[in-house]
Structures are given as C-alpha cells and as structure tokens.
Ligand binder design. Structure first.
Ligand code: ATP
Length: 406
C-alpha cells in the first residue's frame, strides 16, 4: 500500500495506466511476500494461464496494429486533406499573385496619375509665372496663387483674413503676392524683389498674420524692420487694417517705447521698427527676441544703403529662434546685398517680378516739355485727368510718372 502511495507521489502529474497493469497492482496490494509466494505457488499451474496470456497478448497486438493502420489511414487522409489544403493554398496564392499584379498595376497607375498631376501643376505654375512676369530661383518653389480664395482651400487660411482683403478692395493678388505668400507659407525664406507700389507689404504681412497666434503673452513673434519711421508707421497701419477682427498686439517701436518701455510686461505679437530703435531696445532695455518666428527686412536695399549692416547683424543675432523664417523685400536687389543676405539665410527662394533692378513695366513714363513753370502744373493736371479717364487708370499700379522740363 505504502509503495502504491509512493509511486503515486513519484508519478504525480503523469498518467498511470491502471487497467494495463491491474494484475501487477493486485499482486503488489497483497505484499511482496505474497507476490513471490504467488509467483512460486502459481508456477506449476502457470503454463496454461501463460498460454492464455500469450494469446491475449497477440490478440492485443493485432488489435493495436489494426488501430495503428487505421490511424495510418487517417493520417494518410490527413495528408490527402493536407494536400488539398495545400492545393487550396496554392490556389489562394495564385489568387493573391493576381491580386498583387492587380495592386502593382493600380500602384503604377497611381504613380503615373500622381506624376501627371505634378507635371500639370508645374505647367500651370510656369504659365502663371510667365503671365505675371514672375522669375524664381530655388528648389521646389511652391506654385504661385491663382487667386486669394486658394489661400483658404490650399493653405487653410482663416476666412476672416480673406474677408478683410475683400473689405480693403483687394480682389486679385499682385504678382509679388502670388509668389511670395505661398513661399513664406511653405516655411521657406525668401528674397522678394518687385517694383515700388506693387503690394510687397501685404506679401509679407499676410503669411505672418496667418501663421502666428494672436494675443500670445510669451514674447514678440514677428519683427518687421523698415528703413524709415514713416514707412514703419505706414506698415503698422496696414497690418492693423489687415488683422481687423483678431486681437493681435501690433506695436510700432516709437522713441518712447525704445527708451523707456518695460518689455518684460509688454504684450506684443508683431513689432514694426527702424533698426536703431530696435537695437537700442535689445541692447539697453532687454527686449527679448528669442521667440521671433518671422523677421522681415522691408526695403532691404535702403536698409543696407543707409549703413545699418552692423545693427541689422546684431538684430539678426538677437532673433535666435532656430526655426525663424527670414525674408527680404525690396524694389531692387543689388548682387552685393543678395550675397550678404545669403550668408544668413537657408535654402532661400528668390522671387523677382519684372526685370531685376528695373523700373516697373506697368508704370507709364512720359517726357513732356512744359515750356514755363506754370506749364508744369497744367501738364501735371492734364496727366492726372488722362489717368482718370483711362479705363485701366483705376488700377493702383498705373501711376503717372512724368518728367517735366521747362
Ligand atoms: N492685391 C492688391 N490689390 C489692390 N491693391 C493692393 C493690393 N495689395 C496692395 N495694394 C495696395 O497697393 C498700394 C501699394 O502697396 P505697397 O505699399 O504694399 O507697395 P510696396 O511694394 O510695398 O511699395 P514700396 O516699395 O513703396 O514699399 C497700397 O495702397 C496697398 O494698399
């Protein structure tokens, strides 16, 4: 009994075939002596029983073989079944292959379609540039705008901004706006050169108003540098008009502000300034420009001509945000200035409307001999009257330019 328990403990977790070993179990139940005794006493009469046992064994063996054969058959059918499964797999694979071919074909078609779309886009951009006399240089320059509505559909511009444009009477973008706005909106730095009065101010203000958040209290987000106080004041006015409807903090750097403002507590999103005033505020009043996202040098030719190179350099350094977008807007772009600017700009796009450094082609020029001093005034009046009666004279681009000689 003890042994049975022990073996039970030893084989715990394994299956012990009690049926098969029932005779042995019975013998062990009677104790070892009984077992030997049994064996000894049973010896003479064991012959017939062993014969029986042998027969039983061979019968069991035959049964086992039959079972194994049956199992063999079953596994054979498994194989067949497996084969058919395999065949199914093969069929499926053929299906998948054709599906793959189909997908590859579709992908090829998609690639072709995309390539064609890109080609059409390039062609459309080239036609627009030709039509508006826009010349560009740089890699992957965004396509020019066809109209202001595109700013909403393609650049997710807030509709209030486009609404303000139409309230200001701006129906169509000017050539510089067509190319410079998408360039800046795509995060590219740019040199923009277009004639006087061609709408450059809007070209740099619009992307700034679109991209920065109004009313942020964590520092200046855009800096616009102008060569003169008058131009700075005019740009501030334009900016406020365009931003109407949103609470942007737009500040003009006046003398007072630059010398006595507490810039740490001042809320300012867009700061318009002349170089000296801004540099003074940075150096002497701790104006922090490290969060500036847009830096515009307006009328950059004049900025550099007026000898502000070092001051501008110091301001550029103060605008230390690594993801800053810098741009230069100017009526002329002398090579020396472009070379200087290229040292601080990354992957900049150059946009030129008309011929570089030339007078605007849309401005009519006339040479009139007025005779006397009085005659100058008469000729000037006549000229304005002509513009007034000219059907295209309402365009802001058509400005009479007269050289009067007496
Ligand atoms: N898309 C437009 N449609 C009609 N008028 C416009 C448009 N964009 C700007 N203007 C107007 O054209 C005038 C000249 O624009 P702006 O002063 O921006 O020109 P500019 O190129 O900056 O000139 P400058 O070189 O003298 O600074 C402004 O009165 C402005 O309001």
């Amino acid at each position: 009994m003890e042994k049975v328990k022990l073996s039970a403990a030893l084989f715990a977790g394994t299956h012990f075939d009690r049926k098969r070993f029932s005779a042995d179990i019975a013998r062990f139940r009677q104790g070892p002596s009984a077992a030997t005794h049994d064996a000894a006493s049973a010896a003479p009469s064991s012959a017939p029983s062993s014969e029986k046992k042998r027969k039983r064994k061979s019968k069991a063996k035959a049964k086992k073989n039959k079972k194994r054969r049956a199992e063999g058959d079953a596994s054979a059918s498994d194989v067949v079944e497996g084969f058919s499964v395999f065949k199914g797999l093969a069929a499926k694979k053929v299906g998948e292959d054709s599906e793959e071919v189909e997908t590859a074909k579709n992908e090829d078609l998609e690639v072709v379609r995309r390539r064609k779309r890109a080609e059409r886009e390039i062609e459309r951009a080239a036609i627009l540039r030709k039509r508006f006399d826009i010349h560009i240089s740089g890699q992957n320059v965004p396509a020019p705008l066809e109209n202001f509505e595109e700013l909403v559909s393609s650049y997710r511009c807030d509709s209030y901004l486009v609404g303000n444009l139409s309230k200001l009477g701006f129906q169509e973008p000017t050539p510089i706006q067509r190319q410079a706005i998408p360039t800046l909106l795509s995060g590219r730095e740019c040199f923009a050169c277009a004639p006087t009065g061609s709408g450059k101010t809007l070209a740099f203000l619009f992307p700034i108003l679109m991209k920065i958040k109004p009313g942020s209290k964590d520092g200046v987000k855009a800096v616009i540098l102008c060569p003169t106080r008058e131009l700075a004041a005019q740009t501030t006015r334009e900016c406020k008009k365009l931003a109407k409807g949103r609470k942007f903090y737009i500040k003009l750097m006046t003398k007072d502000l630059s010398t006595s403002a507490n810039f740490k507590d001042m809320h300012c999103d867009i700061l318009v300034s002349t170089p000296l005033r801004l540099d003074h505020a940075v150096q002497k009043r701790d104006l922090d420009l490290s969060r500036v996202e847009y830096l515009v040098l307006d009328e950059s030719d004049k900025l550099f001509e007026l000898g502000f190179v070092e001051v501008i350099d110091s301001i550029v350094k103060a605008c230390s945000n690594p993801s800053i977008i810098r741009s230069l807007f100017s009526a002329t772009l002398p090579d020396s200035i472009e070379a200087l600017a290229r040292t601080i700009m990354h992957d900049a796009v150059r946009v030129i409307v008309g011929r570089k450094n030339s007078a605007p082609s849309l401005i009519k020029q006339k040479l009139i001999f007025a005779g006397t001093e009085k005659g100058k005034l008469i000729a000037l009046r006549q000229s304005f009257a002509e513009v007034h009666h000219d059907p295209s004279g309402c365009s802001f681009l058509l400005v009479p330019c007269i050289l009067l000689f007496s």
